[in-house]
Design a protein around this ligand. Structure first.
Ligand code: GTP
Ligand code: MG
Length: 197
């Protein structure tokens, strides 16, 4: 898929405030600091479309970006950021859950997982929650440039083993780096395929 235009549309604090659902949406989700905004910029081919921050907990609203005037990339706030207050975290969780279970035009969720780590409980629980809700998703391992290919593979295999316990079918997996643009072509091809369905 060729990206001709990518423009910021709107930020929404909750499902009710989301723009009128016309175009299909691909949402990017994952724990805080995993590289959601960076991946979105990498896919869109723009350096600063979504704001990237070295400090976790940066994206706090649901951000909509219109791509080619035909579909929408959605940047969601990260889950599991320990330094936000309990009340704020609960509010984030509700915002994310409402969007993921209630957005009619949601075509697929890209669940981002930091390739540097062995499976983290918070990611496993999130994937399980999506599976139970029958939300269409793929797994996207990020920051692959930061470790050896063999280590990335080992972490992916461990994750697959864990989710096989309750996942009825194996999930599609992508390995990416926003720094080297690895995985961009493959992920865009997946998005194109999904939007055509
Ligand atoms: P929140 O909005 O806070 O939840 O974070 P986020 O998931 O949107 O992460 P963001 O894209 O802001 O990136 C967090 C940090 O990781 C930044 O310092 C990025 O430069 C860095 N980063 C993201 N992706 C990559 C990658 O593929 N490779 C490397 N080396 N660094 C990355
Ligand atoms: Mg972000």
């Amino acid at each position: 898929m060729h990206i001709k235009t990518a423009t910021f549309q709107i930020s929404a604090p909750d499902l009710r405030s989301c723009p009128v659902a016309v175009a299909p949406e691909i949402a990017v989700i994952g724990r805080s600091n995993v590289g959601k905004s960076s991946l979105l910029n990498m896919l869109a081919g723009q350096k600063a479309l979504a704001r990237v921050s070295p400090k976790p907990g940066h994206t706090r609203l649901i951000n909509f970006f219109s791509i080619n005037g035909a579909w929408t990339l959605v940047d969601l706030p990260g889950y599991g950021y320990a330094k936000t207050s309990h009340a704020e975290r609960a509010q984030f969780q509700q915002m994310i859950a409402e969007y993921l279970s209630g957005r009619t035009v949601l075509a697929s969720v890209l669940v981002l997982i930091d390739a540097r780590h062995t499976p983290q409980l918070i990611d496993l629980e999130f994937v399980q929650w999506l599976t139970e809700g029958s939300v269409p998703m793929v797994l996207v391992f990020t920051k692959a440039d930061m470790l050896k290919e063999s280590q990335v593979r080992a972490h992916i295999e461990l994750f697959e083993e864990k989710i096989a316990q309750w996942c009825p079918e194996p999930l599609r997996i992508f390995t990416t780096s926003s720094k080297t643009k690895a995985g961009r072509v493959e992920l865009l091809a997946y998005i194109q395929e999904t939007l055509a369905e």
